[in-house]
Write a protein that binds this ligand. Structure first.
Ligand code: IDP
Ligand code: MG
Length: 150
């Protein structure tokens, strides 16, 4: 089992897409083990997007992600990191395949609806930025074995 961090970005919250985005991950079989609505402080956004510091879009990115509330969540499941990334679609929603979240809901690269960790290490790092250990809940769902097998 693996965990990944997802964020319904400000445009997703403002457009009323929180439920639809979370529902897709749930329907896939990923388990929500952490979830909260928050407005990200600048310092936290800078840590989250540290890999992009210095890039042309960095200031806009940090400004945007802190501009309005987001929903941050931790999803758990088999290969959760890559499964969530595949469901999100590629970074630029203009190119994202129909059927993906970005492909279905977005058109501007700066307004691509959802963030998802891009690897196991970044997932661990990003989960640590947004969630205290006590905020993550391990639990069994009655249907888990009908999703992931025994
Ligand atoms: P990812 O979200 O698919 O992992 P990253 O390359 O990590 O993509 O970029 C982080 C976020 O920064 C993207 O989701 C997108 O919103 C924004 N971004 C990336 N590249 C550009 C760009 O060239 N112009 C404007 N915004 C960008
Ligand atoms: Mg990224």
């Amino acid at each position: 089992m693996e965990r990944t961090l997802i964020i319904v970005k400000p445009e997703g919250v403002q457009r009323g897409l929180i439920g639809q985005v979370i529902a897709r991950f749930e329907q896939k079989g990923l388990k929500v083990v952490g979830l909260k609505l928050m407005q990200i402080p600048r310092e936290m956004a800078e840590r989250h997007y540290a890999e992009h510091a210095g890039k042309a879009f960095y200031e806009g990115l940090v400004g945007h992600i802190t501009s309005s509330p987001v929903v941050v969540g931790v999803l758990e499941g088999p290969e959760a990191v890559s499964v969530a990334r595949t469901m999100m679609g590629v970074t630029n929603p203009k190119a994202a395949a129909p059927g993906t979240i970005r492909g279905d809901y977005g058109i501007d690269i700066g307004l691509n609806i959802v963030h998802g960790s891009d690897g196991a290490e970044s997932a661990q790092r990003e989960i640590g930025i947004f969630f205290a250990p006590a905020e993550l809940v391990s639990y069994e769902r009655a249907g888990d074995r009908w999703v992931a097998g025994e």
